[in-house]
Ligand binder design. Structure first.
Ligand code: OGA
Ligand code: NI
Length: 356
């Protein structure tokens, strides 16, 4: 396979560091560029434990429990989100990634800026998807890396402090990558594909991006947004809540439903690419992150895309007979990514554009 790396695909404009901004004790009003009146009237569902996303047990799935497979299928069709328990990632790996990540964000700003995004890179420390000086900004900083495929790693952006971070990231990345493959295999089964390879081959040497997000506390949390409402443009996302501050909300029947993370479970969601490949059977749901007035919040999202050469469109065997294709096809994932990185991540804009 031709060795495309993520480096040449697209960048983002540099913006002010939010953590440093939030740490300014004299700041009692949030700068205008972060104020988001467009979300002022959004409704949030009252705290209701009966209305949470499904919980899927991975050890049952791999043992081919019919009930668990059915539950997964239903979660992908009706929720686009679920929590994954018994995923087998050792507690030690989970603890290390959380600890190293927390330590990284505690470093002085000038240390972190050694890994700052460059103009044309999507990897590094900063904010993504900023394309104009007028664009409103999210109340977050992030460190974005592309650990898979391994040959595409750009170690230039991998922090050497704390000293164990690189090894921890490698371990975490490969464990999460393996889980994504297992889930894709189960989805191939559930979608009734003639061969699971028809899905898995697309994800062979697939791209994995890791977004380590840091959401500082905000003096006016209701006026800002941690992460603009969006659906994930890639295939399958595994999210780990790093500290015990909630913030993720998903859109359900026009309202925002706050997610209550089970400690050390992964929160999994279907991205636009799986919605497209499944010809709309599985749903890529809009979600956002909100911020807290007192506490910082940290999370890690692992995004799984196909390999750079894969064609992105409804799987041929799903558009036979009466089933017409509901989405356009893009020749390669590389082209898809370039398109995605030149957009503003906002609602389901990218997916809407691909709908037929
Ligand atoms: C993302 C995302 C949510 C969170 O990075 O795409 O949706 O809780 N993150 O940090
Ligand atoms: Ni997301």
């Amino acid at each position: 396979m031709e060795r495309v790396t993520s480096g040449d695909i697209g960048g983002s404009l540099p913006v002010e560091n939010v953590q440093a901004l939030a740490a300014n004790k004299l700041l009692d009003n949030v700068p205008l560029r972060y104020i988001r009146p467009e979300y002022e009237h959004d409704q949030v569902v009252d705290d209701d434990s009966n209305h949470q996303i499904p919980v899927i047990n991975l050890s049952k799935l791999v043992d081919d429990h019919e009930d668990e497979l059915a539950k997964l299928h239903s979660a992908c069709k009706h929720w686009g989100f679920f929590q994954l328990i018994n995923h087998g990632v050792k507690e030690q790996v989970m603890d290390k990634i959380k600890k190293d990540m927390e330590e990284f964000f505690k470093l002085p700003l000038e240390e972190k800026l050694r890994y700052a995004k460059l103009r044309n890179s999507n990897e590094g420390y900063g904010q993504a998807f900023v394309h104009s000086e007028e664009q409103k900004l999210d109340w977050t900083d992030s460190l974005f890396l592309v650990p898979q495929p391994i040959y595409g790693r750009n170690l230039r952006f991998w922090p050497t402090t704390p000293s164990s971070f690189i090894e921890t990231l490698e371990q975490f990345s490969s464990e999460v990558y393996a889980i994504s493959k297992t889930l894709l295999r189960m989805m191939a089964k559930n979608l009734g594909l003639e061969s699971e390879k028809n899905l898995l081959n697309l994800f062979e040497e697939g791209r994995q991006g890791l977004r380590m997000g840091y959401y500082p506390p905000c003096v006016q949390p209701k006026l800002v947004v941690g992460l603009t409402p969006h659906s994930d443009p890639t295939g399958l996302t595994l999210l780990l809540q790093v500290n015990d501050v909630q913030g993720l909300q998903i859109k359900k029947k026009g309202k925002w439903l706050p997610i209550k993370p089970i400690p050390d479970a992964f929160i999994i969601n279907i991205g636009d690419i799986i919605e497209i490949l499944s010809n709309g059977e599985y749903k890529s749901i809009e979600h956002r992150a909100v911020v807290n007035s007192e506490k910082e919040r940290l999370s890690i999202a692992a995004f799984h895309g196909t390999n750079y050469k894969a064609m992105i469109g409804p799987l041929l065997e799903l558009v036979k007979g009466h089933n017409r294709a509901r989405y356009k096809t893009i020749a390669t994932f590389q082209e898809y990514l370039r398109k995605m990185l030149s957009c503003k991540l906002d609602g389901k804009n990218m997916l809407e554009e691909l709908k037929l």
